[in-house]
Design a protein around this ligand. Structure first.
Ligand code: FDP
Length: 334
């Protein structure tokens, strides 16, 4: 077993040379999200006992049915971000517009967050997560989504996975590092320093129930992965949990590819599902920092600019050779 005594706070205290303009802001916000994660993990463990599962009624801005824990998670993250003094605005899956906050230092950040991702897993005791992305504001709250720039503007990104263990993985642009929550002390300890994704994997993750609505290149690629060829390690095994955090975490550690492509039923209007600012872009930064690749099928995810706060974007993410091969299938069928 990996025994580590480096805590998340100690690791965050060394960001000066990594993100010189935002070292304090990133350390404050990520440290705070770590403490929030410990609270969320406890709440999830007791949710069935406290009548906290199930729907609240109504839908959020993206049209998803809202669960009690989605709203509780959002309120918890909002209160915590407000208290940091380093967050000028919170863009959350559960709020239509950015929530502006008072700041008390230089170089505040915009925090984009999906407080409880994979919420269809909540009522079946499946894995869920929290995803976050930190972007500079230039001292002001964002003047529209375009002012946030592409994913390359992110100064830090990360996720928390609430599984058998609670794991926090983050990057501030110099490697991707994973920490595990020690329940007794409430500390996150460094257990996965400098994660390096294998150049190729053996698994793929995708909702195959949507097969008939995929781009022809996407269909051909999945058919290729399912076709036996011992020499190149096919067929790949299918792994899909229904929570992006769990599927990307597996992919980062073991390699392979996770995909949520657009619905291509109307080729003139492809419909992606996952949200750019607080799902797709942060995962792309984490994966690239681990040596991986993230693509929409035709474009590097990190270069996609938001035109709406809750914009949706297709994603194919994982081992560089696997993602490059998927892109090749899109090219051949274009
Ligand atoms: P969910 O809707 O349950 O919150 O964020 C969206 C997300 O989960 C991802 O975590 C997950 O990968 C995907 O949607 C699952 O979507 P499908 O149910 O369509 O497979």
């Amino acid at each position: 077993m990996v025994q580590s005594s480096v805590t998340l706070s100690e690791n965050l205290a060394k960001l000066d040379g990594v993100v010189p303009d935002h070292a304090r802001g990133v350390a404050t916000v990520v440290g705070c999200l770590g403490r929030v994660a410990a609270v969320i993990a406890k709440e999830l463990a007791h949710a069935a006992l406290r009548d906290r599962l199930g729907y609240l009624g109504g839908t959020n801005v993206s049209g998803d049915q809202v669960k009690k824990l989605d709203v509780w998670g959002h309120d918890t993250v909002e209160a915590a971000m407000r208290a940091t003094g380093a967050c000028a605005a919170l863009i959350s899956e559960e709020a239509k517009e950015p929530i502006e906050m008072a700041v008390d230092g230089a170089n505040p950040l915009v925090v984009c967050c999906d407080p409880v991702d994979g919420s269809s897993n909540l009522d079946v005791n499946g894995t869920v997560g929290t995803i976050f992305s930190l972007r500079p504001t230039g001292g002001k709250t964002p003047a529209g989504p375009a002012s946030l720039g592409p994913g390359t503007e992110q100064v830090a990104a990360g996720y928390v996975m609430y599984g058998p263990a609670t794991t926090l993985v983050y990057t501030a642009g110099r490697g991707t590092h994973g920490f595990t929550l020690e329940q007794e002390t409430g500390e996150f300890l460094l257990t996965h320093p400098d994660i390096k994704i294998p150049s190729r994997g053996k698994t793929y993750g995708i909702n195959e129930g949507n097969l008939h609505s995929w781009h022809p290149g996407q269909r051909a690629y999945v058919e290729f992965l399912r076709t036996s060829d011992k020499a190149s390690g096919r067929p790949y095994s299918l792994r899909y949990s229904g929570a992006m955090v769990a599927d990307v975490h597996r992919t980062l550690l073991d390699g392979g590819i996770f995909m949520y492509p657009s619905d291509w039923t109307d080729p003139a209007k492809p419909k992606p599902k996952l949200r750019l600012l607080y799902e797709v872009a942060p995962m792309a930064m984490l994966c690239e920092q681990a040596g991986g690749r993230a693509s929409t099928g035709t474009e590097r995810v990190m270069e996609v600019k938001a035109t709406e706060y809750h914009q949706r974007t297709a994603i194919l993410i994982g081992s560089p050779d696997d993602v490059a091969m998927a892109e090749e299938f899109y090219r051949r069928q274009s």
